[in-house]
Design a protein around this ligand. Structure first.
Ligand SMILES: O=c1nc[nH]c2c1ncn2[C@H]1C[C@H](O)[C@@H](COP(=O)(O)OP(=O)(O)OP(=O)(O)O)O1
Ligand SMILES: [Mg+2]
Length: 597
């Protein structure tokens, strides 16, 4: 970028309004230009309540009171960036979009009030952030205010993102019947212009991240651009983020604001931009960024189905927006290095880009998004946590009716390494592949069957695919089955000796070990339980001490290789043939075989 012809992106920084707390200035502007709209001559009064967030403009909340009414009305005062202010066509463009959309029965947006000159805006010389350019001619608009809360201040749920997707789809359908000459313009945030990000890559702080962004740009150039003529065009809202979506009563979407970035571009971009922002919403940030984007996509696609070509590029285009946002954020920081907040703000965006572009397998993510657009899609299925392993989506695919793969992957959720070793051995050579998700499930109370079933419910919600959990009890017959599922605590607190001493007053030292395995093929599917038990007695510890109460449980079942030995004294492979766990998992194996045949 040469210094003689600074880009609009550069000038937008210089010409950002800088009124800030100086409400007196604004009062003058409004009194001189909007006295009719605010009926100041007949006793109307107004007050600027506060400044609202804005990226390149300045927005203020105004409260208006008329002498005849006890209620107040809120309005938004928008002071436009100097770049847009220079171009009356742009302001007219935004006003036309709002007027057009407000005619749609299920869309609400802000609408401009007329100034004393009869225009939907007024112009004033006002301070801007660059002292050399201040004051600059800026456009001011008085807009109606949509009652509600920006989604950014809400606890976002997949259901809310789904309805936001539907809402944007309605907006886009309506904008398919809208045209305006000013919509045809260059905008750095328009992902059609992703290659123009190249000049900003040098502002990115680390070489790794520079490489990351360059690789997204390269992919865009080699895969998306050649398809450009097959992508539908239309006027976009272009910035459907959680600050621009207003949530009203009972968590319904009350409206959309801000057409400052609106351009005519590829239709699919409105959806992919919003998907990128969904990833950064309060739901996305809880480790559900992919689920958040899928929920949005699913909602959008039900009302505005994407074409096969558009579908193919969803992942890349989402990453183009993340890359754009992160890169231009780095550029903003280079212009204002005292503003560490800019770096902080960009961090989730970088992390998400790293996840989506580098860590998650591209084909897997593509089929996840396909699933979001399929008739089988439902929010339970899509609400999976962000993966920590590349083949995460395999679990999801196997839990749907679609035949993505022949072998079933089941996640064994346990916090116990020794259990996992045994189970992997037991499940060797079956049609199911067992992966593990290490999670310390809560130690629930109650009957072993109940505990195991509840663990499974928690696990399936966490994994979103096929899961196994198990709960193991050690039951003393003299104590009517106690400690049972509480054995973990008894072992922790009392040790092997303590377990022995508990039986000292009793003649009966027999016990049985019990594992209840719970299996569920995915969210919404029933839970199947398998109960395995082995008899034995409690003895002083014999054998290695590496697994729980194995050294104090002397097995009384099987042949010479097991009966009379503690579990700890047995060969591991022998333990599996007689153990409580071995028996329970054998039942699961036959269940899975009949299920798949
Ligand atoms: O074959 C076994 N041989 C000896 N000890 C065993 C065995 N199987 C479980 N144990 C121990 C581990 C824990 O102290 C308690 C069961 O509690 P339990 O909640 O099922 O296990 P856990 O909390 O270690 O793992 P998880 O994350 O799957 O719940 O008995
Ligand atoms: Mg446990």
């Amino acid at each position: 970028m040469s210094s003689e012809t600074p880009s609009d992106e550069v000038r937008r920084k210089w010409l950002k309004p800088a009124i800030g707390e100086n409400f007196i200035l604004l009062n003058d502007v409004l009194s001189s230009s909007y006295s009719t709209a605010l009926n100041l001559s007949s006793g109307g009064t107004f007050k600027i309540l506060k400044q609202l967030d804005s990226y390149d403009d300045e927005n203020f909340l105004l409260e208006h009171t008329t002498p005849t009414s006890t209620t107040t009305t809120k309005y938004l005062v928008k002071v436009h960036n100097g770049v847009e202010s220079e171009d009356a066509k742009i302001i007219d463009y935004q006003n036309s979009i709002m007027t057009h959309l407000n005619l749609h029965p299920s869309i609400t947006t802000t609408a401009p009030l007329l100034s004393d000159d009869g225009a939907p805006f007024s112009n004033h010389k006002l301070p801007v952030s660059s002292p050399q350019h201040s004051p600059a001619p800026l456009t001011v608009r008085l807009l109606t205010y949509i009652e509600g809360t920006p989604m950014a201040y809400k606890q976002v749920t997949p259901a809310l993102l789904f309805s936001a997707g539907e809402y944007l789809a309605n907006v886009d359908s309506s904008l398919d019947n809208f045209s305006h000459p000013a919509s045809e313009r260059f905008h750095a945030w328009d992902q059609k212009n992703t290659t123009s990000l190249r000049e900003f890559v040098k502002y990115i702080q680390t070489p790794e991240r520079q490489k990351l962004v360059s690789s997204v740009i390269d992919a865009f150039e080699s895969t998306v651009l050649p398809d450009a003529s097959n992508l539908r065009q239309g006027v976009l809202q272009s910035d459907f983020n959680d600050a621009n979506i207003i949530i009203g009563a009972s968590d319904k979407i009350a409206g959309v604001i801000d057409f400052g970035d609106s351009v005519k571009s590829w239709r699919v971009l409105d959806c992919t931009v919003a998907m990128a922002y969904a990833m950064l919403s309060s739901y996305g940030k809880t480790g559900h960024s992919l689920a958040a984007s899928a929920a949005f996509l699913s909602g959008f696609n039900t009302k505005y189905p994407l074409t096969p070509t558009e579908r193919m590029h969803v992942r890349t285009l989402v990453c183009c927006r993340l890359a754009c946002s992160a890169t231009l954020g780095a550029y903003s920081y280079s212009q204002d290095p005292t503003n560490k907040y800019l770096l902080l703000h960009a961090e989730p965006c970088w992390r998400t880009l790293e996840l989506v572009w580098s860590q998650v397998d591209a084909d897997h993510l593509a089929s996840f998004y396909d699933l979001a657009m399929s008739p089988e899609a439902n929010l339970d299925l899509l609400s999976v946590p962000d993966p920590t392993v590349p083949d995460h989506f395999q679990k999801l695919r196997t839990s749907t009716k679609r035949s993505f793969s022949d072998t079933k992957t089941i996640t064994f959720v346990t916090g116990n390494k020794k259990k996992l070793e045994e189970v992997q051995k037991i499940m060797e050579n079956t049609t199911a592949t067992i992966t593990n998700h290490k999670l310390d499930l809560p130690e629930l109370q109650g009957d072993p069957l109940y505990v195991s079933e509840e663990k499974c419910k928690l696990a399936v919600a966490e994994i979103g695919g096929a899961v196994i959990t198990e709960d193991t009890s050690l039951c003393f017959n003299a104590l009517n089955g106690m400690p049972g599922p509480y054995i973990k605590w008894f072992l922790d607190k009392c040790g092997h000796d303590g377990l022995n001493k508990m039986l000292d007053g009793f003649s009966d030292r027999t016990a049985y070990a019990q594992t209840v395995v719970a299996y569920c093929s995915g969210p919404g599917s029933p839970i199947h339980l398998f109960d395995g038990r082995t008899n034995g007695k409690i003895v002083l510890p014999r054998g290695p001490l590496d697994f729980g109460w194995d050294p104090v449980f002397e097995c009384s079942e099987g042949g010479a290789s097991s009966a009379g030995l503690t579990y700890a004294e047995m060969d591991k492979s022998v333990k599996n043939t007689v153990s409580h766990r071995g028996k329970a998992f054998e039942q699961l194996k036959s269940f899975l075989e009949t299920e798949s045949s």
